[in-house]
Design a protein around this ligand. Structure first.
Ligand SMILES: [Fe+2]
Length: 384
């Protein structure tokens, strides 16, 4: 499967970057009836208005669905699909974090097929047709959803949370506009940035890493080491923001082709059970999982450390340990903290580890396979 992915011709979005770029989409959307999919907070912060106005000036009609919910539910996705049909829209502009982009992808599944049940799309390669025009405008620098094949949806009736993966869901355009991230809370900057780092690291150390994704991952690590803390300190530093947006985009390219590893499996498990934000869980668990891999990723992490340390003219001292202490230090400087000890209940550990084991084994191309007990030991270590 990994060989197949490496040779598969994944479509890549056309990248549009720069301050104000989200208000310059008139040429692409000319003559379209545009469904804008977004969140209530985007409206509250006045971030949608300039985009809607810029389309209006070009005579383009847009229809705003702003009822996206965190961890998109079937119910909210079906409502968005109905709204698209009622207004006869033929282009989608998704603006927001992972939830808005995932809602858009799920709506596309429904609009391009005769099925009206999202369960039909569970898993890989179930999407019937590509949607005519899909533009993604991420408002965080982390998830990489603007470039990935996947959407995660939740059936609120039975709690089933699953992924829909298909290259037809990759957006046609990804728009990286630093103006939209100027008011992000510091905690969100920190944890979404660490999510992007986790994508880059997990894809790089895994067995399905190949030449192209290795370059994406290394470039992402370099950009993150140079810009994440600068973005955290000053979200109005447009160059740092744009570099982090690009890093998240590249890390997304890397993991959508080369997959993730146990950090994500363990994070998804506690995310589902206790609603721990995805980026926060990854940020905390990343060094513990790298530790548990033992010597299996000594070489690859030393290579990544060389990228991080080059800036500090210290490359002869590079090592896996050095790289891990850089991660811990970055977490500390951004006050990520570790509250897992007070969140995870000891009596849930077996269930959590079993869930992570089921997600990752044998699908994820991890550098060293860990069993259920070893995954449980990682939680225990992180809870200390
Ligand atoms: Fe992630």
């Amino acid at each position: 499967m990994y060989v197949a992915v490496a040779t598969m011709n994944f479509r890549e979005p056309t990248l549009i970057k720069g301050a104000g770029s989200s208000t310059k989409l008139g040429n692409i959307l000319e003559g379209k009836r545009v469904l804008i999919i977004s969140t209530p907070s985007m409206i509250r912060h006045g971030l949608l208005e300039p985009i809607v106005e810029s389309l209006k000036e070009k005579g383009i009609e847009s229809f705003v669905f702003s009822d996206v919910v965190p961890n998109p539910t079937f119910e909210s996705i079906y409502r968005c699909r109905d709204f698209a049909k009622e207004n006869n829209t033929n282009a989608i502009l998704a603006i927001g974090g992972g939830s808005a982009l995932d809602t858009a992808k799920a709506v596309i599944c429904l609009l391009t097929s005769k099925y009206d049940d999202l369960n039909k799309f569970k898993g890989m390669l179930k999407v019937k047709k590509k949607y005519p025009l899909f533009i993604a405008i991420p408002t965080t620098a982390g998830s990489g959803s603007e470039v990935t094949v996947a959407a995660v949806v939740t059936n609120e009736k039975n709690g089933d949370k699953f992924a829909i993966s298909d290259p037809k869901l990759i957006p046609d355009y990804a728009v990286l506009d630093p103006n939209l991230l100027a008011n992000l809370p510091k905690s969100v900057i920190a944890t979404t940035g660490m999510d992007a780092l986790t994508h880059a690291v997990e894809s790089y150390i895994g067995h399905s890493n190949y030449k192209k994704t290795a370059i994406f991952a290394k470039t992402a690590v370099s950009l993150i080491s140079e810009n994440l803390y600068a973005f955290y300190e000053n979200p109005h530093n447009q160059q740092a923001v744009l570099n982090m947006q690009y890093a998240a985009y590249l890390a997304g390219q890397a993991f959508t082709k080369s997959y993730v590893g146990y950090v994500h499996a363990l994070a998804h498990s506690i995310g589902g059970k206790y609603n721990v934000p995805h980026g926060e869980a990854n940020a905390i668990l990343l060094p513990y999982v790298l530790e548990a891999y033992g010597k299996s990723c000594d070489k690859s992490l030393t290579e990544l450390d060389k990228i991080v340390q080059t800036r500090q003219e210290n490359s002869n001292l590079c090592s896996k340990e050095h790289f891990m202490s850089w991660i811990r230090d970055l977490n500390d400087r951004m006050s990520v903290g570790n509250r897992l000890g007070s969140i995870i209940k000891s009596e849930d550990l077996d269930e959590l580890a079993a869930h992570a084991d089921k997600e990752a084994n044998p699908t994820y191309p991890v550098p060293k396979e860990l069993n259920k007990e070893e995954l449980k030991a990682i939680y225990l270590e992180a809870m200390k």
